[in-house]
Design a protein. Structure first.
Length: 138
């Protein structure tokens, strides 16, 4: 893959947009999340978009700059850490994102409402750090 700064810039712009959206949804109480299907499905879709954006961004840099091919979403996070694209703190926060992405995308068994809501708050709180790190990588 060839390094494409424009593609990464567009992904970063979308991530900023998603950050604004998650800030709105991140304050939704658990009871509302569970009862209001439109809100619930909107949050789940937004978490999927954020997860895929982060993973695609890192995978693009890994493959184009470091010629590293990852076999799974979780391996993207690990390889990004090994190549110093993610510091220890951010790596710890993103670890598990690939598995969570798969759960949302494929609805393995049944989505756990508490886990999704908890991850919504986690993503909301770390997205600024992700965006700052990605700005330095472009």
């Amino acid at each position: 893959m060839v390094y494409n700064k424009e593609s990464l810039t567009k992904r970063l712009e979308k991530l900023r947009e998603y950050a604004a959206d998650i800030n709105e949804f991140g304050s939704v109480p658990f009871g509302v999340y569970v009862k209001d299907k439109k809100t619930k499905y909107s949050i789940e879709r937004l978490l999927l978009l954020i997860s895929e954006n982060i993973l695609d961004f890192l995978d693009h840099i890994l493959s184009s700059v470091h010629t590293v091919v990852s076999d799974s979403y979780e391996e993207i996070i690990l390889n990004a850490h090994k190549k110093n694209l993610l510091d220890e703190d951010l790596y710890g926060k993103l670890k598990g994102l690939g598995g969570f992405r798969n759960i949302i995308a494929h609805e393995y068994l049944k989505l756990n409402d508490e886990e999704v809501h908890r991850n919504c708050l986690k993503v909301k709180n770390m997205l600024g750090q992700v965006i700052s790190a990605f700005e330095k990588l472009i």
